[in-house]
Design a protein around this ligand. Structure first.
Ligand SMILES: [Cu+2]
Length: 282
């Protein structure tokens, strides 16, 4: 039985490794400037933990094989206290590897979140709610109209509580899909009306929580025109699975003409653009 178990462990290990090496199920092609650095970091991490995993599983199988019950009369188990020196050694090695990976990876993470967005970034406010996405565009003047939680009225379609009497709100638009320019920094201001949601476009290579009571800023540059799926990646309630939308990455002229439109025409044009672009095939 011991040998069978050892072989099963090795087969499972081999299949697990093949799953990753074959790259049959991998990330979709990236569309953001920071993505290559992040993908490189991911590959280094998966290589390090993959090699450790394989070595540990081969060792486990070997132990099961070597110390199996052979049925011989004198074949009794002995008690071993283990080796403190080895315990310390592999704990230190593991800690060093994981801290090093975290330090290497934090620069990309920090570049998206901890630094201010470059001047001239295209800004969109993202307001999540159970179970839909609202995108608030500041319009031509690039100034957001005043919003007030008291003005939020879902039945009147004022999902973000925009104050229509504010002159800055006149050219604002609120839609259920996100449109951003290509090859230009974009700043998202992420907010939530109820529970924690999570903004996720796999091709952008980042996920970010939207937390009630906080405004979280993230900035990035998308570098490929197209339509991409946008999902909520935080279990936020019963209809969480329905909380999805699309992100359009548009050529600058297309975005400018969209942005110049008043609210109703903005909506209609957005629908046209969503029909014009196709999702990438995986
Ligand atoms: Cu959600």
């Amino acid at each position: 039985m011991g040998r069978v178990l050892a072989v099963i462990i090795w087969i499972i290990t081999l299949l697990s490794v093949i799953l990753f090496v074959s790259r049959k199920w991998w990330f979709p092609a990236a569309i953001s400037e920071h993505a290559p650095a992040l993908d490189r970091q991911f590959l280094i991490t998966i290589l390090v933990v993959g090699i450790s995993f394989t070595a540990a599983q081969i060792g486990l199988g070997w132990m099961v094989w070597k110390y199996r019950d052979t049925g011989k009369p004198g074949d009794r188990a002995i008690y071993s206290h283990g080796s403190n020196r080895l315990e310390v050694l592999w704990t230190v090695i593991t800690a060093v590897i994981f801290i090093a990976l975290a330090v290497m990876g934090q620069s990309v993470w920090a570049s998206l979140r901890l630094h201010d967005a470059p001047a001239g970034s295209y800004s969109v406010e993202v307001v999540a709610q159970q179970f839909q996405w609202n995108f608030h565009y500041p319009g031509k003047d690039n100034v957001y109209g005043r919003t007030d939680p008291k003005l939020i009225d879902d039945s009147a379609l004022n999902f973000v509580g925009l104050d229509e009497s504010d002159p800055n709100a006149k050219d604002d638009a609120v839609t259920a899909a996100l449109a951003i320019p290509v090859n230009r920094p974009v700043e998202l201001r992420l907010r939530s009306k109820d529970v924690i949601h999570n903004f996720w476009v796999p091709q952008l290579r980042f996920k970010q929580d939207l937390v009630p009571g906080m405004e979280i800023k993230v900035h990035f540059t998308a570098n490929k025109v197209g339509k991409y799926e946008l999902a909520c990646a935080e279990l936020c309630g019963q209809l969480h699975f329905k909380m999805k939308s699309f992100m359009l990455v548009l050529p600058e002229d297309e975005l400018q003409s969209l942005q110049a439109l008043p609210q109703e025409q903005f909506q209609a044009r957005m629908t046209e653009l969503l029909a014009k672009y196709q999702l990438p095939t995986y």
